[in-house]
Design a protein around this ligand. Structure first.
Ligand SMILES: [Ca+2]
Ligand SMILES: [Ca+2]
Length: 108
């Protein structure tokens, strides 16, 4: 997907730095800054990225946190309690959600 921003409407200088350190500067003859972005979709709590929140996600997080398993596809997918980090609290959160009628993963 290509995203373009019309810099004419910005009052202050507007610079963007991509993940590969390319910096875009607004130009007077071409006020549009365009770049290609890759959108990442995720389901919070879906640590293994299979599209559902299940017991396998708990196991996936335990493997990741304690025995060097693969990381969730995005931090936000593994961050079930929405505190910005993936840790054992997310495992507990998912156990509460799946087995003890706790709140679903998400930011409230
Ligand atoms: Ca899953
Ligand atoms: Ca968390």
């Amino acid at each position: 997907m290509t995203v373009c921003i019309d810099t004419v409407f910005w009052l202050t200088p507007l610079n963007f730095t991509r993940h590969d350190a390319v910096v875009y500067y607004p130009r007077h003859h071409s006020p549009f800054i365009c770049t290609t972005v890759e959108l990442q979709t995720f389901i919070r709590g879906d640590a293994n990225g299979n599209g559902e929140v299940q017991i396998e996600d708990i196991i996936y997080l335990i493997n990741y946190l304690f025995i060097g398993g693969s990381a969730p596809p995005t931090v936000r997918a593994g961050d079930a309690n929405c505190d910005g980090v993936v840790d054992v609290a997310d495992v507990v959160y998912l156990i509460n959600y799946l087995f003890l009628d706790g709140s679903p993963p998400g930011c409230y």
